[in-house]
Design a protein around this ligand. Structure first.
Ligand code: SF4
Ligand code: SF4
Length: 253
């Protein structure tokens, strides 16, 4: 499996001279680039076994490193080139845990668009495989929880509670988790919007419908925030969700 992207090679291993003459022949040019070899002996092949044991990780061995997934990935292309699905798969297969750990700060950034999976000529379920890699890393305690992962948990717990997405509860609950003070009414114990600490991004978000005077939107949201309609027969499905959340290590109650 070859490394395709120059950005993935440590800069100190790349040698390039402005002018290179060998045996009297001037070989200066674009191809005058030498990558110093390295010997790696701190790999852990059990890591791959653990990924393969995850239901989502089974297709990892089908990858032949063509890089279509990375070329399609919006996170790689528009956000941060360090987010590289093909490379994560490459590192996981070789058991290069340290290298995966170096990229731990970007590995949670998948937005689940599935472009990678759609494009993969080998049928690798790329997004699922990446989740399996992250799960094994989390189980081993070698990756921290990142904000997006924390939000996933919070989101699931909220759905678990109400059987549906409660926008206000979710939004202000998350704001509170970020350290802002959220004031709740004394009777229903529901957050009172825009009383207490409010982050700037939320003020801007709220200003949009206010500017366009979308009163219906505001009334609907206010009603939903005060009276949470519950999903019918939610308790039956709740048990199934609870089991899944326990298996995923998400449940924190
Ligand atoms: S597109 Fe598929 S085969 Fe190609 S590198 Fe990505 S996962 Fe591997
Ligand atoms: S699903 Fe994730 S890894 Fe795949 S293309 Fe979308 S953002 Fe990239």
């Amino acid at each position: 499996m070859a490394i395709h992207e120059r950005s993935l090679v440590d800069p100190e291993r790349v040698l390039r001279k402005e002018r290179l003459v060998i045996d009297g022949v001037d070989v200066s040019g674009d191809w005058n680039l030498i990558i110093l070899p390295r010997v790696i002996n701190d790999y852990d092949l059990e890591f791959l076994d653990e990924v393969l044991q995850q239901p989502e990780g089974k297709t990892i061995t089908q990858c032949y490193q063509c890089s279509y997934c990375t070329a399609s990935c919006p996170v790689h292309n528009y956000w941060d080139e360090r987010y590289n699905p093909r490379h994560f798969i490459y590192l996981a297969r070789l058991g290069l845990i340290d290298e995966l750990q170096k990229r731990a700060d970007v590995m949670w950034r998948c937005v689940s668009c599935h472009k990678c999976t759609h494009r993969c000529p080998k049928g690798v379920l790329v997004e699922e495989v990446l989740k399996a890699i992250l799960r094994v890393m989390a189980k081993r305690g070698i990756i921290e929880e990142y904000p997006s992962k924390k939000f996933d948990k919070f989101f699931l717990e909220s759905v678990y509670e109400y059987g549906r997405i409660e926008d206000g509860e979710l939004l202000f609950g998350w704001v509170e988790k970020q350290g802002y003070q959220v004031v709740k009414d004394p009777i229903l114990k529901k957050p009172i919007p825009f009383v207490g600490g409010v982050p700037d991004w939320l003020k801007q978000l709220a200003a949009k419908p206010l500017k366009s005077m979308n009163i219906g939107f505001l009334v609907l949201n206010a009603k939903h925030m005060l009276f949470h309609p519950r999903t019918k027969n939610w308790n039956r499905f709740k048990q199934v969700l609870r089991k899944v959340m326990e298996e995923e290590g998400v449940f924190t109650h």
